[in-house]
Design a protein around this ligand. Structure first.
Ligand SMILES: [Zn+2]
Length: 296
């Protein structure tokens, strides 16, 4: 794989860097050979470390002559792939410069930052590195083509895509809910407690809150079996009620260690704009900022 870094240097956003890489390597395989890609842009070594102190690190110079990526070797293989993508993001986005320590050291929670306050530079860098990692591991044009071929939203498709792109089910779920042509949200819960909500901003406000039990009358609250289960549930179980009776589609899938994935699908035509007024908060949350919502 050959990549001309001079062309990359003019690209400032994660999306432009990814587009330039795909322009230069149009036949980039799936799953993306992330370590080979790293070598092609000047990463001379990827070291697996046994540490609890960080998830990933990058040793480089301000002008990025070359770089060494450090990865938490205790993390699972998919997490390591994501971390390499994240550090590669810091390396290729030339505006990213480390803090006082002089090197990039990224924690597990840094890997979950998807949105940042405009004036929080380090948070913004982490969010951009994550956008780069997800975007290079799951190039959007290919990913959208795959989703279209699969048809309507379904958690089985999320599982298939995670295997195809060799990324975690959670990273795939974020991409899936963001880019699917149908309006859907994916929620993660552990042992019956809601932990994360991923949804595009045009998806209606989800009433259930992070850190609270799954709604007792939801399919997810009662779903125990292996495999995917689907049902139409009353809209009010998860979302604000419209004035007329209405239902949404819910799907549930049990994952490992008590985790469960929930898919909610609303019919676009069901929404008469009433939710727009209520949905003043973006409900994407992450473990680093429990319970904190940001205004859209
Ligand atoms: Zn980072």
């Amino acid at each position: 794989m050959q990549i001309d870094r001079v062309e990359l240097a003019d690209c400032t956003s994660p999306e432009r860097i990814i587009a330039e890489i795909l322009r230069q390597v149009p036949d980039l395989p799936t799953p993306v050979p992330i370590e080979e890609l790293a070598t092609a842009v000047g990463i001379t070594a990827i070291h697996r470390m046994t540490t609890d102190n960080f998830e990933g690190g990058l040793i480089t110079q301000p002008e990025r002559r070359d770089g060494v990526i450090l990865v938490n070797g205790k993390a699972n293989r998919l997490r390591q792939r994501y971390t390499i993508g994240h550090e590669l993001g810091h390396y290729l986005i030339s505006a990213h410069q480390p803090g006082d320590s002089g090197q990039f050291a990224c924690s597990k929670s840094d890997m979950n930052i998807r949105k940042a306050d405009r004036d929080n530079r380090s948070q913004r860098m982490e969010a951009e590195a994550n956008r780069f990692s997800a975007g290079i591991l799951m190039p959007v044009i290919k990913f959208k083509t795959d989703m279209r071929a699969q048809g309507g939203p379904d958690l089985r498709h999320v599982v298939d895509l995670a295997a195809k792109y060799d990324v975690s089910k959670e990273a795939t779920a974020i991409h899936y809910s963001t880019y699917h042509h149908d309006l859907c949200a994916i929620l993660l819960s552990q042992n019956g407690t809601l932990r994360r909500i991923y949804k595009p901003t045009r998806f209606p406000f989800v009433e259930a809150r992070i850190g609270t039990p799954l709604p007792h009358n939801s399919l997810s609250a009662r779903h125990q079996t292996d495999g995917v289960e689907s049902d139409d549930v009353d809209r009010g179980v998860w979302l604000a009620n419209l004035h007329r009776p209405s239902s949404i589609r819910e799907q549930a899938l049990n994952l490992a260690n008590g985790w469960k994935m929930t898919l909610l699908v609303v019919d676009d035509s069901d929404d008469d704009g009433e939710d727009e007024l209520r949905d003043t908060f973006d409900v994407w949350e992450n473990p680093r900022f429990p319970g904190k919502s940001r205004r859209r």
